[in-house]
Design a binder for this molecule. Structure first.
Ligand code: RP5
Length: 176
């Protein structure tokens, strides 16, 4: 396989029901042109497949692993226990506890086996993509430039909204 097409990030999730949220991670990775592979595997329903996937990540060329899971979210922790690659955990929202269960399950790892846990739901899914890009950027200067542009764009969008608001207020006051 052409090395540029080799996945550098693995996006794993516990269920197809996580796809809508985890597609936010994919969008960010797409934006930074980071090749990734997406897999559905469950710590509880397909434990053996999960171990198989976790064990092969490094030899497949993956450098950062992003894992989304909900409810009693053990997938990120289990994957982290089988690899020394950095693992980013995304707690899924939904369920009777609105994702707080998944947040606690993902973040409360025992010392020695870290899972870098981001926010619950879509914000976390997006940040997982950005964090993966930041990790990869350590050795990839082009990515650093893309990250700076991304931040600039987001800052500019806030400033544009602020100007828009000020203009609306001014027009409203003039109409009084
Ligand atoms: C977790 O259980 C999955 O990550 C998902 O967030 C949650 C519910 O899964 P489904 O019952 O929708 O398949 O393992």
């Amino acid at each position: 396989m052409d090395d540029r097409a080799r996945p550098r990030v693995a996006v794993l999730m516990g269920s197809a029901s996580d796809l809508a949220t985890m597609s936010e991670t994919e969008k960010v990775l797409d934006r930074f042109s980071i090749p990734y592979v997406t897999r559905i595997t469950s710590a509880h329903r397909t434990p053996e497949r999960t171990v198989e996937i976790a064990r092969s990540l490094e030899s497949d060329g993956v450098q950062v692993v992003i894992v989304g899971a909900g409810l009693a979210a053990h997938l990120a922790g289990v994957v982290a226990s089988y690899t020394t690659l950095p693992v980013i955990g995304v707690p899924m929202d939904g369920g009777p506890l609105s994702g707080v269960d998944a947040l606690h399950s993902t973040v409360q790892m025992p010392s020695g086996i870290p899972v870098a846990t981001v926010a619950i739901g879509k914000h976390g899914a997006r940040n997982a993509g950005v964090l993966a890009a930041e990790i990869l950027a350590i050795a990839t200067p082009e990515l650093k430039e893309k990250l700076s542009a991304y931040r600039r764009e987001r800052g500019d969008a806030v400033a544009a909204k602020d100007r828009e608001l000020a203009d609306r207020k001014k027009t409203a006051t003039e109409g009084d």
